[in-house]
Design a protein around this ligand. Structure first.
Ligand code: BG6
Length: 484
């Protein structure tokens, strides 16, 4: 498993490396999970000499790591090498290639591209031009951050470009949600327990809700976000990934091919929301102060909130609506999946006048308060047979401790080093996801667009979103993680 390896990070001085990649690698080292012979080449444009880089990394990873084992920092820093270079300059790759062929650097290479999407194609071409993707006895892998394209055409063009140099098995496309332990736990909850599976279909489930809400607003990402908006930023990747895990069939075994085959089948079965249908099937919103954010056009129509109703046309899910919603500047940071079961077919217990019997609900709280919540009916004490709704909840941290959940990047980096692509997105998944999102984007740019609904920061989005889910059967959005 732990083969000697050299990890090259392009964009090592950037935000993602600073906030996620370097701390994740450090924690892995502290847990003894990195290959013994791992070297980390950090590539960036800034000027750092060896000592300055080590000092920078120490600062980056040291904060809050009081519990780290003695010696971890020294061991970790000894793995590092800073390589100054501009990826637009061919000499950078020439030098890198010379460096990597040195005896100090294991011949297996993982290249992590933590730079803007416009650089992905060029970096892969340059690596190949300098012979760094050739696999003889050693292996070569490239990890590519999201977004992979900003639409179907862009994703296809990028894929065409990189596939001239990289085989699919060498390509690791990141969706960091797949690295979250609780997202993987969706599969475990479904497929390591017998009792859910018989009920997990249109016969027993009324609808499913998937919520990924964020408390933060735009931050300093106007340049990217104002052209992307919530559909490209969150739906095409994270929300559709959660949908596939919720809806997929159980693969016969767990590996990169079978898992992704099943996810692809779901994406193929999702009914496209055509541009003419966006008024009926989607809500688009914008937080009221978004246009005042730095770098955003004063009249921008970029959506910071979206809700959508999707159907999956197969035997298991036909006519079961999946309600998806995501937004920025909302009331809380929450990722959850709520499965609302149907009502019992016949009720023999008396109800008070005007009272309805709530149906069971299962909540998978993916972050925060990671856990599972089951909402069911029980008998009220005393005479008669009156019932009341109660919750049974399981909290992950009660069992495994508060710091038990590794950051998503820890898992994904380790998988890339070990050559396990199960949690990375395959090219057909990416394309199918864009095929579902592009028509909505087109619809929103057309005369069919639903009005842009403004909402106050710190709320759960525009009131239109509540009307939208209520429209059919008086449903309402749930908030599982806050109940957990
Ligand atoms: C990223 C999006 O992919 O996911 C961001 O680009 C978003 O806009 C982030 O804030 C949310 O990730 P997490 O792990 O904080 O839920």
């Amino acid at each position: 498993m732990s083969e000697p390896c050299t990890l090259v990070i392009f964009g090592a001085t950037g935000n993602l490396a600073q906030l996620k990649l370097l701390p994740a690698l450090y924690r892995l080292d502290d847990s003894g999970l990195l290959p013994k012979a791992l070297r980390i080449v950090c590539s960036g444009r800034s000027d750092f000499d060896a000592q300055q880089w080590v000092d920078y990394v120490r600062q980056t990873v040291a904060a809050g790591k009081a519990g780290a084992a003695a010696g971890t920092l020294e061991r970790f820093c000894a793995r590092l090498h800073y390589h100054r270079g501009d990826i637009a300059d061919d000499a950078t790759f020439e030098q890198l290639s010379a460096l990597l062929s040195g005896a100090d650097y294991p011949d297996n290479h993982v290249f992590y591209v933590s730079l803007p999407p416009s650089t992905y194609g060029g970096i892969v071409e340059s690596l190949d031009r300098h012979g760094m993707l050739e696999e003889n006895s050693a292996w070569r892998r490239v990890v590519i951050e999201k977004p992979f394209g900003s639409g179907l055409e862009g994703a296809q063009n990028l894929q065409k470009r990189i596939s001239r140099h990289l085989r699919e098995e060498q390509t690791y496309r990141i969706d960091h949600y797949m690295g979250k332990a609780m997202v993987q736990n969706v599969l475990v909850s479904r497929f390591a327990n017998l009792m859910l599976e018989p009920l997990w279909n249109r016969n027993y489930i009324d609808h499913v809700q998937i919520t990924v809400s964020e408390e933060v607003g735009l931050g300093s990402r106007a340049g990217y976000y104002d052209t992307a908006g919530v559909l490209r930023d969150m739906f095409q990747n994270h929300l559709l990934q959660l949908l596939t895990l919720t809806a997929m069939e159980p693969p016969a075994e767990f590996n990169a091919t079978t898992l992704r085959d099943e996810k692809v089948k779901v994406l193929k079965a999702v009914q496209r929301i055509e541009p003419e249908g966006v008024g009926e099937f989607t809500v688009r919103g914008q937080y009221r102060t978004y246009r005042d954010e730095k770098g955003v056009a004063f009249n921008t129509n970029t959506a910071t909130f979206a809700a959508a109703k999707m159907y999956i046309n197969n035997w298991r899910w036909r006519n079961v609506p999946f309600f998806l919603r995501s937004g920025k500047a909302l009331a809380g940071k929450v990722t959850e999946i709520a499965v609302q079961f149907r009502h019992v077919p016949h009720l023999m217990f008396p109800l008070a006048p005007g009272e309805g019997l709530p149906a069971n609900r299962l909540g998978l709280c993916l972050q925060p308060n990671e856990g599972i919540l089951l909402h069911f009916e029980t008998k009220l004490p005393g005479a008669g047979m009156r019932t009341r709704s109660v919750d049974m909840s399981y909290l992950y941290e009660q069992d495994f401790g508060t710091n038990s959940l590794p950051d998503a990047y820890e898992r994904l980096l380790l998988d890339a080093l070990h050559g396990d692509a199960s949690l990375f997105t395959r090219s057909d998944e990416i394309e199918l996801a864009w095929r579902l999102i592009d028509p909505i984007i087109d619809g929103w740019d057309s005369e069919h667009a639903p009005p842009l609904a403004f909402y106050e920061s710190g709320t759960w989005g525009p009131s239109k979103s509540d009307e939208f889910i209520r429209a059919e059967k008086g449903r309402k959005w749930f908030s599982i993680c806050t109940e957990c």
